[in-house]
Design a protein around this ligand. Structure first.
Ligand code: SF4
Ligand code: SF4
Length: 717
């Protein structure tokens, strides 16, 4: 039975318990590293972006005509001897299958892996009606014996050690099993499952693909059990989500090109089974297989019509969004999901298993964009996750007080900045002056927040210094506006000051438009979309992009939100379209500006060859797609760049995420700092003030070795 926390208090307890599981973290960490390498190899030489786009478009077109595809499939499959059903709900699907079993005098059922059957809790339903059900996929069998749900959509038992599996098998067989001998355990499973295969009256499978033009099912698997399940017993029932329908074989083969590669890094799985109609079957009295195909709606038809969420139905269940998710890597699928796991699980849970099961888990997202970057069907998972949270708040008709306060403050820039200035003036007793950090955290933070020091607010924000320090450049090469963002402006103005000096030395006239406010990303993260849109308009008005050659950002999160998020937010405001286009065309991050526009050369830097490690901020490498320039700049600046493991994995900051889930944030940060330490670098460089806050805070708290501004390295003119 799957139990998911319905409130934050219970969820936090679950998170703490998951974080204590050292084996889980190690197993998921090892898998994530090997997965990345094998995925990259599997896609070598393929035009993945083009293929992704093609599949996504095909899926979207199929979703528009889903009911027609179903009718076409039904006609074709029934012409080949199958019986096709459509179940509106999970309960109805389960009852149809139970009825088929009863009508055919079935007592024993074997099952191959099916997430759709997990979605409907089919086993519970059948067992409650007296049928004996045996899972035959090794991982599924293991979790069935443990009476738990899958912790990954492709590898359901990834959370278990060989020792746990061996002990389980000893208990089941009542014979000792060598806890280290995996081959032996596989043999035990084979021996135990064989009688179930041979005596089963009915086999239940899922399907990865349902081809409408021929009424064909496609099943992709690595164990022979799916083929045995669908061929040996006299009755075969396939339970298939309506979203698996594709128009033709060409569409199915396109999906087949990416699914195994993206799921496990295999060019192809060991078995790809195509089933068209009822074929010969020695176990059946008539000599023909009794084939029933049950399509499950359970909200899919409505979801397909949803203007915001329909893209979630593109999902081909490859599980990659879990494989790369830093949160999943720390807490596993039983904590980051309900039946469906990981990023897509946070979305589908709301639609298939209700808001109560989604309410707590949907907040557990860093917005690091890693899932989006590997999704083979281009689902904007982080965006949809925030939209689910927004729907839940709307359904419940009330929102947290912090949302109301944040909205009121954000919409009023002067009030927002006055509050920050006031906080700066009052923070004195809390500040360790020489270090510029808070001596202790305000009482609202618990012990869990002690994993990092937090910086004090700057005495004077950058905006209040600007008029006094603004350089005036004669005949500038470029005129640029800096969009500072809140952290640079009010916490780390030294970053903007360094930029101003650097640009002046390069004959670039920098301006700091004073009407600029927060970029609005924190409001988006809290599902306050109207506030985020209002702030976006304020920034567009303040920046007047037409007047500048470039709009520079030091904060990648602000930059990627303005480049991508603003398009969505301002889609209904045509009067802002031209300004927005100019802003997005001219927006550039610091490293790209240095490398591509100023084209800085090594002789302009002090070549001190200090060894530096680099952290690639999520919103720079995945949000803005900037990966080469920062590393190139390190080399140009005469630094000895030491590549670091998982450079592009999130540092665990995620804005308000690190306040909401400090335990997970701390774990992710700790891992990041370990990797950096392993490089032997003297300086850690990164280019996002949020990451700097997190990395410097974690490093400071552990008495670490990377003190001082991380920009020191690449500004060493
Ligand atoms: S955005 Fe990052 S943290 Fe959120 S679900 Fe995706 S991978 Fe996980
Ligand atoms: S959402 Fe994308 S990455 Fe995640 S399981 Fe579905 S297809 Fe795979």
């Amino acid at each position: 039975m799957i139990r998911t926390a319905k409130d934050m208090k219970t969820y936090r307890k679950k998170i703490k318990a998951a974080l204590k599981n050292k084996f889980l973290r190690k197993a998921l960490d090892n898998f994530a590293s090997s997965y990345k390498a094998s995925r990259a190899k599997a896609f070598e030489g393929m035009d993945l972006p083009a293929l992704k786009g093609e599949i996504a478009r095909g899926k979207d077109q199929a979703l528009i005509v889903l009911e027609d595809l179903y009718l076409r499939f039904k006609a074709e499959a029934e012409a080949s001897g199958a019986v096709v059903h459509l179940a509106a709900t999970a309960e109805e699907a389960n009852e149809i299958i139970a009825r088929i079993a009863r009508d055919n005098q079935v007592t024993s059922i074997i099952k191959s892996k099916s997430m759709t059957a997990e979605e409907t809790h089919l086993n519970d339903h059948l067992e409650a009606r007296g049928f004996r059900v045996t899972e035959t996929d090794l991982g599924e069998w293991i979790i069935q014996l443990r009476h738990e749900g899958p912790s990954h959509m492709v590898m359901p038992a990834i959370h278990l050690s060989r020792g746990q599996v061996g002990t389980l098998f000893s208990d089941v067989t009542k014979k000792p099993v060598d806890l280290e001998d995996i081959d032996r355990m596989v043999k035990v499973a084979r021996k135990e499952l064989r009688p179930a295969f041979l005596s089963a009256d009915m086999g239940i499978s899922g399907a990865n693909l349902a081809i409408a033009e021929t009424g064909t099912l496609g099943i992709i698997s690595n164990e022979g059990n799916a083929r045995l399940t669908t061929t040996l017993p006299r009755v075969h029932v396939a339970l298939v989500g309506l979203d698996k329908l594709v128009p033709d074989l060409a569409a199915a083969l396109r999906i087949l090109r990416v699914l195994p590669r993206n799921a496990t890094g295999q060019a192809l799985t060991s078995y790809v089974t195509w089933i068209t109609g009822a074929v010969e079957c020695g176990a059946s009295a008539t000599g023909k297989k009794i084939l029933h195909i049950v399509f499950l709606d359970n909200g899919r038809l409505e979801l397909a019509r949803d203007p915001v969420f329909s893209e979630a139905l593109r999902c081909i269940r490859c599980g990659a969004c879990s494989n790369v998710c830093p949160v999943y890597g720390k807490v596993g699928g039983h904590t980051l999901g309900h039946v469906y796991i990981g990023a897509i699980g946070l979305i589908l849970t709301y639609f298939y298993h209700g808001k109560d099961n989604a309410r707590a888990i949907v907040k557990n997202c860093l917005n690091c964009q890693a899932c989006k970057s590997v999704c083979p069907v281009n689902i904007d998972l982080p965006f949809l996750i925030k939209q689910v949270y927004r729907r839940i708040l709307a359904d419940e008709g009330s929102k947290p007080v912090k949302n109301t306060i944040l909205s009121a403050v954000m919409k009023n820039r002067r009030l927002f900045h006055t509050l920050l200035r006031t906080a700066s003036a009052l923070q004195g007793p809390l500040v360790k002056k020489e270090a510029g950090v808070l001596r202790h955290l305000p009482f609202i933070f618990g012990k869990a927040h002690d994993f990092r020091t937090l910086p004090a607010l700057a005495e004077t924000p950058f905006r209040d210094q600007w008029s006094k320090i603004r350089p005036r450049i004669q005949n500038p090469r470029f005129r640029v506006a800096l969009f500072g963002g809140c952290v640079v402006d009010f916490v780390s103005p030294e970053q903007a000051l360094a930029l101003a000096r650097l640009l002046a030395a390069n004959k670039v006239q920098m301006e700091y438009p004073p009407g600029q406010s927060c970029c609005g990303l924190p409001a988006m993260m809290m599902a306050e979309e109207e506030t985020a849109a209002e702030v976006a308009v304020q920034n567009l008005e303040a920046l007047e992009p037409r007047q500048y050659d470039y709009i520079l950002v030091l904060c990648a999160s602000c930059g990627s939100h303005m480049k991508e998020g603003y398009s969505r937010l301002l889609a209904g405001k045509p009067e802002q379209a031209e300004k927005l286009r100019q802003l997005q065309d001219k927006l550039m991050d610091f490293s790209s500006f240095m490398v591509k526009v100023l084209k800085v050369r090594p002789e302009e830097f002090i070549q001190n060859q200090r060894r530096v490690a680099y952290h690639s901020p999520c919103h720079l490498c995945r949000g803005l797609g900037v990966t080469k320039e920062p590393r190139e700049l390190l080399g140009t600046a005469g630094l000895d760049y030491a590549p670091c493991k998982d450079e592009d994995v999130c540092c665990g900051f995620g804005g308000s995420y690190s306040l909401e889930f400090p335990e997970i944030s701390a774990e992710i940060l700790g891992r990041k700092l370990d990797h950096v330490e392993a490089t032997g670098a003297e300086v850690l460089v990164t280019d996002c003030p949020g990451c700097i806050l997190q990395l410097r805070g974690g490093n400071g708290q552990t008495g670490g070795k990377y003190p001082g501004p991380a920009y020191r390295g690449n500004c060493g003119r």
